[in-house]
Every structure is written in C-alpha cells, then in structure tokens.
Design a protein around this ligand. Structure first.
Ligand code: MLT
Length: 260
C-alpha cells in the first residue's frame, strides 16, 4: 500500500508491465498473466480504490485513479516508460494515464474497452445501480453480472468461471463498487486521444462481448496508427480469463516486439 493507499503487487524484474483490472474485480484477475510475464518482466498490478485491498477514495474519479497509479510507479522508482494495459474500466484508466503522463508510456494494452464516454442513458443507469448497491449490497450484481461478463460460448463451456466471478464480485465493497460506477459515468471522452497515441498499442476484444460491442475495438484500431487488433472468437468481455492461453501468447509476443 503506498501513500495514496493503493494496494499493489510487484512480481519479477526487467522492463515494467502494469495491468489494471476491470469492474468490479481486483488485481487478482491477472493471476495467470502475472505467472507468465513475471518470468521476463517486472509486473505491477494494482487494486483501484474501493476494490481488492484498496480502501475507497473520498473523490472517486478515473483521472485521479490514473494519478494514483503514477504514484505507485514513483514509489517503486520506475522512471522509464512502461507498458500499461487495462481491461474495460482498467482501459479507461489507461487512457487517462496516457493523457496525463504520455512520456511514461512505452506501449498500451486496450482490452475489451472503449474510448467513447457514457451516453446520458448509460449514466442514468449507472446512477440507479449505484443507489441500489448502496442500499441493498452487492448480492444482485453478483448474481446478474457474471453472465454478462463472459460470452455465450463460455457460459456453457466454463461454468466454473462464472462461479469464480460471482465470488469475486461478492468479495468486493459496496461503497467501492458504487463509487466506481459514478467514476465511470463521469469519465472523460478519450476519442480525441486516439489519433495522438504514438506508441505501439495492442487491442484485444471478444467477438461475443455483451458489455462493450466489439465494433468499438475496430473503431479504436482505425484511429490508433500502427495498432494491432485481435478479435477472439467464442469469447466475451473477459478476454484474459476466457482465453488465457491465446491472450497470454498475444501479450507475450507484443511485449517481445516492444521491448526488444
Ligand atoms: C468493466 O468491465 O470494467 C465495466 O463493465 C466497464 C463499463 O461498465 O463501462
């Protein structure tokens, strides 16, 4: 835990790879990537405020969360540019990190995420859900969200993953989860940033994503010059958990090119 109270873990040594988790999970979702990548890189995973071991912050905001990640790197004395990748909400933080600290970024990973902001309707729904969670806890979200997070194919092929996601959501904090919904609703539009991204970018999306349409990934790829897009068949939102082997190969090959 550092001075802004963000819990983090560091594994391995070498060039730095930072991974930011999705909503409403924690750094634990990267366990299989950490296991592989820590053999060659220094892998840093963080719990965003209000998730995992990190306490909620008084003013939840994606922009402040990106600053909190930068403070972790300061504390670790990581001066050189890093690979920073995030899944979905983690991707929103990655965009903010690039906006605020472009010189600290060597390459980006944009997994099941989007640059566009919420519509008014999405903001309203997030507000309603946040209210429900504050009043009644995480039970309803833990029951409904796992089936949204994975693709139709995974729903039938890997019911164990759904059960794991349910437990992970139940283990979260109501306040942190509700705060994150409001932080996501208020996030900046990153569409204009895409054409300014001048570092290598790995984009991975699932063809069966029910949370963020896969077309968003194609839109990002067109605007980020030289970016790599991989759409995984029979895969939903949780690309790293649903297709661990394929995802690991993609990220490993990408990092090999970036850091060689
Ligand atoms: C996530 O997976 O991080 C969230 O579902 C993203 C979102 O709700 O926009």
């Amino acid at each position: 835990m550092n001075k802004n109270q963000l819990a983090y873990e560091v594994h391995g040594s070498g060039e730095t790879v930072v991974l930011i988790h999705a909503f409403p999970l924690s750094k634990k979702m990267w366990a299989e990537q950490v296991r592989l990548l820590a053999k060659k890189y220094q892998v840093v995973t963080v719990d965003l405020p209000g998730f995992g071991q990190s306490p909620p912050q008084s003013r939840p905001s994606i922009a402040l969360w990106a600053q909190a990640v930068a403070l972790v790197l300061d504390e670790l004395k990581i001066a050189g540019p890093v690979f920073i990748g995030g899944l979905s909400m983690g991707g929103y933080v990655v965009f903010e990190f690039f906006r605020q600290f472009p010189t600290r970024v060597r390459a980006l990973g944009l997994f099941s995420t989007r640059a566009k902001p919420d519509t008014e309707d999405q903001k309203k729904k997030r507000g309603e859900l946040a209210r429900e969670i504050r009043e009644a806890g995480l039970g309803a979200l833990a029951n409904s969200m796992p089936a949204k997070l994975v693709g139709k194919s995974t729903e039938t092929s890997a019911p164990r993953l759904l059960a794991e996601l349910k437990s992970a959501i139940e283990a979260g904090s109501s306040q942190g989860t509700a705060d994150a919904l409001l932080a996501m609703a208020e996030r900046a539009d990153s569409s204009d940033l895409l054409e300014k991204i001048c570092v290598p970018a790995l984009i991975v999306a699932g063809a069966e994503d029910k949370v963020i349409p896969v077309s968003e990934a194609g839109d990002m790829q067109k605007k980020i010059s030289g970016s790599d897009l991989h759409v995984l068949e029979k895969t939903g939102h949780m690309v790293n958990l649903e297709q661990t082997e394929i995802f690991n190969t993609l990220i490993e090959n990408f990092l090999q090119k970036v850091f060689s």
